[in-house]
Design a protein around this ligand. Structure first.
Ligand SMILES: [Zn+2]
Length: 358
């Protein structure tokens, strides 16, 4: 927990904002709400619209709380894909404002109770086309309404994430800055290590930072192994804090993003590929996430997290790799009293002997 600071002006306790926390050390932001709530049976894969915010708000609150318990410094409102285009797609455009406001309120309550940062969120709209200026205006309008609701709710900053196109990210950044809020802007890089426009990532990050993004970097689609090399390229290009929030999957040079992963041991996938509902065998264990955290932190990454596929144990591992002891560390593994593999002197020798044959 970051300690509260006291304002010299009026003696009232103020929570440090994002920039103050980044100046003091790395910030952890848990993501991956879509996938985790899908696994838990409260959200449909495919359209991936967070109707759960309205239908089972207690489940969203619980997941916010679990991520904070595990060490997240940020509660990110679950407005991912709660934009006008996604709601149109499922025929529920009338829910747009209610859903966004409810998502923000749920997150705000957990952030206030835990002293964590509250983040608003916008993401790829899926209507942006680089050459079509009309889509740019539509995208700007979509971001403006969502960022407006976030600002009304009093968020500490806004995350603009999983953008394939730099220019769409730029529009999000402009809208967030016009609202007077700090902006964390992350691009999603799929197979090609470049933006949707074909621009090299260091150049794209330089432009985002130059346009006023407070944090720039990458999130989603790539696992730790295939995101880290890109992060190493980005680091020297910018002076602002860099973000790295991979998906917790064992991506490879040949299959660098989670959509491209193929599972040779099973061929019964409904969609012909493990993405998005059968990625389980590729999941990184908690120690791999700790390794990623140490390497990214050593490279200078200041804003860390895990995206689609993340569960609270990944976040706890990330926090512990940074030397922290979040509340969930109370239950971190201690095998010394294990019946077969323990070291406690009172353990029965016949069980330890059995353990040696396991
Ligand atoms: Zn993701």
């Amino acid at each position: 927990m970051t300690p509260a600071v006291t304002s010299a002006v009026d003696g009232v306790e103020e929570r440090p904002g994002l920039l103050a926390r980044l100046a003091a050390g790395p910030v952890i932001c848990a993501e991956g709400y879509l996938f985790e709530l899908e696994r838990r049976g409260y959200l449909q894969a495919g359209a991936f619209v967070p109707e759960v915010v309205l239908e089972h708000p207690d489940r969203v609150t619980a997941l916010h709380e679990e991520f904070v318990h595990a060490g997240s410094d940020v509660v990110e409102a679950f407005t991912y894909y709660a934009h006008r285009e996604k709601l149109r797609l499922i025929g529920k455009a009338d829910l747009l404002e209610t859903l966004n406001q409810q998502a923000l309120e749920l997150a705000a309550r957990v952030a206030a109770q835990s002293g964590t940062l509250l983040a608003g969120n916008v993401c790829n709209t899926n209507v942006f086309e680089p050459v079509d200026q009309l889509t740019h205006a539509n995208v700007r309008a979509m971001f403006t309404e969502q960022v407006g609701w976030a600002a009304e709710c009093g968020v500490d900053f806004v995350v603009g994430e999983t953008f394939r196109y730099l220019d769409e990210a730029m529009i999000a950044l402009e809208v967030i800055r016009e609202a007077g809020l700090p902006a964390v802007i992350t691009l999603a890089v799929h197979r090609e290590p470049a933006t949707g426009e074909g621009m090299a990532l260091p150049e794209a990050m330089k432009r985002l930072a130059g346009a006023g993004a407070d944090v720039v970097g990458l999130n989603c689609t790539r696992g730790p192994a295939t995101m880290l090399p890109l992060i190493h390229e980005i680091m020297p290009a910018v002076d602002v804090p860099v973000a790295a929030l991979p998906v917790p999957y064992r991506t490879t040079a040949e299959q660098p993003n989670f959509q491209s992963l193929r599972d040779p041991t099973y061929d019964g996938f409904p969609g012909g590929r493990p993405f998005p509902t059968a990625l389980d065998p590729f999941t990184c264990n908690r120690y791999e996430i700790a390794d990623f955290t140490r390497e990214a932190h050593a490279a200078g990454v200041r804003y860390l997290g895990v995206c689609c596929g993340a569960a609270p144990h990944h976040i706890r591992s990330m926090a512990e790799a940074l030397g922290r002891q979040p509340p969930a560390s109370r239950y971190s593994d201690d095998m010394s009293k294990h019946v077969y593999f323990g070291t406690e002197p009172s353990l029965a020798p016949h069980n330890l002997e059995f353990g040696r044959r396991l």
